[in-house]
Design a protein around this ligand. Sequence first.
Ligand code: SAH
Ligand code: SF4
Ligand code: F3S
Length: 477
Amino acid sequence: MYDDNVTLLGVKKEIDESKQGEVLYFDQNVSTGRKFYIESYGCAMNFSDSEIVASILAGEGFGPTREMDQADLILVNTCSIREKAEDTVRNRLKIFNSLKTKKPDMMIGVLGCMAERLKSKLMEEEKLVDIVVGPDAYRDLPNLLAKADEGERGINVLLSREETYADISPLRLDSNGIVGFISIMRGCDNMCSFCVVPFTRGRERSRDAYSIVAEATDLYERGFRDITLLGQNVDSYKWSNPEGTEHVNFAQLLERVALVHPDLRVRFSTSHPKDITDEVLHTIAKYENICKYIHLPVQSGNSRILELMNRTYDREWYMERVDSIYRIIPDCTISSDMITGFCTETEEEHQDTLSMIRYAQYSMSYMFFYSERPGTLAAKKLKDDIPEVIKKRRLQEIVDLQVETSLQVNLKDIGKTFKVLIEGDSKRSNLEFKGRNSQNKMINFPKRDGLKAGEYTWVKVISATSGSLRGEIVDQP
Ligand code: SAH
Ligand code: SF4
Ligand code: F3S
């Protein structure tokens, strides 16, 4: 039932990269002329970057298309997090390349983490790729495209300590006009031993707090009602003004964004268990519009494995953070990421991950089996010694327990009434709406006249599965 990557109850923008990437298109009119087609893989930050790229391309007179064979430029924004993610992109490149042999004027560009990881090697391997651009070099796209027009292949994979694209207003792609994402920082300084991100995204840097609040305000004014602040480790957000007279941490940023408007829901991802502070938890509790939902990846429930992973917390620390969340924000839900079969993991240690699911009562989790990534600390120092069949069996065990736990957690919602932001028609029927509550649970419910997407309503839950809730509209309690 699973591939390399299992997503449960996934309402997050993070995409299962084993599937085809998402094709992005516009919610805004941009000039027609030359056309570009973009597919994105990997995490929400990559999708958010594609919106920056789209904005830069629009400035160059490129318009969007959903049909790759109509494109003058095909871009693929790539992910390197697991081997499978890279395999998927290589398969897509084969398809793009066969298109290019029929239409030689078409340009192909590889963006994102694979571009950064493989650098010029990618050009050697992929003979038909015209440009290779890393995550910090998108401003160079016009220059690289101009050269590619002249037949010169180009690459820019320089990482930056400053680039945050703060001044570029992203073109919202594939958006329903209600739910939006704002990058608040880039890079990661954590060096978890399994992870390629510090190598592909470079050093951590935080974006100007004023530009974040301005973007949130702009989104609110354009009708958006649910925004997610994005970073690999949002809790270490730290920005100072150039004069050094003003310092903003994550709790303070959350508060500033929450104050944009009480009807603007604020979410964030991802929190790191070592950095999430009580100040952040109290801020969440204080504002009704800061969603009561924390994605707090544990990775493993065992302290020895956590140390090998260089996560810099242990099982007890993590449990204490979970206790604090439920104490300070009693109606909060927590979700997680977990990796099975990390180097030297024993059956007993695997049991600790299972027991953590029970302890933390996750509403959902993203679960993976370990995939060694070249250049990471684990690849250099540890042996990837758990056979794949065992990794997969352990993964199946955590998936099964998570499904059961999600169901138990959701069943507790029956009879409760939630404020739900209507996001559109439910998957099943256009007689039903779908929307999420503050706890990030998807609820389907019959429509009522006079209500439309982008508005809030109150819904009483009448039934639940492990993946979603069903309910009916009720008057405000
Ligand atoms: N910054 C986030 C994680 C970003 S990557 C955090 O620290 O939580 C998303 C998830 O991919 C990780 O949480 C981890 O569970 C998984 N992952 C990362 N590297 C992996 C690898 N080498 N093999 C398998 N899963 C991996
Ligand atoms: Fe990777 Fe760890 Fe950084 Fe997350 S915190 S991006 S897992 S290095
Ligand atoms: Fe993948 Fe890069 Fe995100 S490796 S998960 S796209 S930061």
